[in-house]
Design a protein around this ligand. Structure first.
Ligand code: 13P
Length: 252
């Protein structure tokens, strides 16, 4: 049985103060929820304080929203794996579609980051997903196949087992338009079949595949009931502490 993993991607939202206020409510309302793995990815500026606050409990794990693949050095504006490790960050979101479309990330740079994260014992949440144009053009499978093959180039099956994959159809992100549970399940099953051909069936059966794109308290349960949907990567609806608790509770 794969344990469900529900992650909050706060994107460029929340100051340190706002992050602390969120945690006050969130940790109280979450209670002793352990059936689901809960992850929060605050912006870099709030990581240290959020880490300190979460260290008292093992209920919520910490993620970063990005990192650079190089060792520390002259890379102005970048953050290294070592810096994240020092703050007890466990996961790192890589290849989010906003990074790919707005900040020029490619399958090649995503691959470098994935390998660097794994080498530093950080677990990548590798984001894949097609645009609306690609879906309408019947290219969903070829896009997912390419993003996974190139993104995971040079990654051993053993390391692949550490991975979380997030299927985030670009047309469903921040649009209020969710993939139907059947559409998402179809893409997730395809992703798992690709992972099996890249790393073997045993590995593919271990990897958790999250769905992301307009997940809300009201649609989480139905999405999570699909056999290959093992969690969610939540943007907008994760900014509200009570709403995010509801998503976690509806996901088991
Ligand atoms: P929304 O939940 O706001 O659609 O964002 C999804 C997402 O991009 C999570 O990484």
């Amino acid at each position: 049985m794969r344990k469900k993993i529900i992650a909050a991607n706060w994107k460029m939202n929340k100051t340190v103060g706002e992050s602390m206020a969120f945690l006050d409510t969130f940790l109280l309302e979450l209670g002793d929820e352990r059936r689901v793995e809960v992850v929060i990815a605050p912006p870099f500026t709030a990581l240290a304080k959020v880490s300190e606050r979460l260290s008292a409990s093992d209920r919520v794990k910490l993620a970063a929203q990005n990192m650079h693949w190089e060792k520390p050095g002259a890379f102005t504006g970048e953050i290294s794996a070592e810096m994240l490790r020092e703050l007890f960050v466990r996961y790192v979101i890589l290849g989010h579609s906003e990074r790919r479309t707005l900040f020029g990330e490619t399958d090649e740079t995503v691959n470098r980051k994935t390998r660097a994260a794994l080498a530093a014992s950080l677990r990548p949440i590798l984001c894949v997903g097609e645009t609306l144009e690609e879906r309408d053009g019947g290219k969903v499978e070829s896009v997912l196949e390419r993003q996974l093959r190139l993104g995971l180039q040079g990654v051993s099956p053993e390391d692949m087992a550490e991975l979380v994959v997030a299927y985030e159809p670009v047309w469903a992100i921040g649009t209020g338009r969710t993939a139907s549970p059947a559409q998402a399940q179809e893409a997730h099953a395809f992703i798992r079949s690709q992972l099996a051909s890249l790393g073997g069936k045993t590995v593919a059966d271990k990897v958790r595949i999250q769905y992301g794109g307009s997940v809300k308290p009201g649609n989480a349960a139905e999405l999570m009931s699909q056999p290959d949907i093992d969690g969610a990567l939540v943007g907008g609806a994760s900014l509200d502490a009570r709403g995010f608790v509801e998503i976690v509770k509806n996901s088991n």
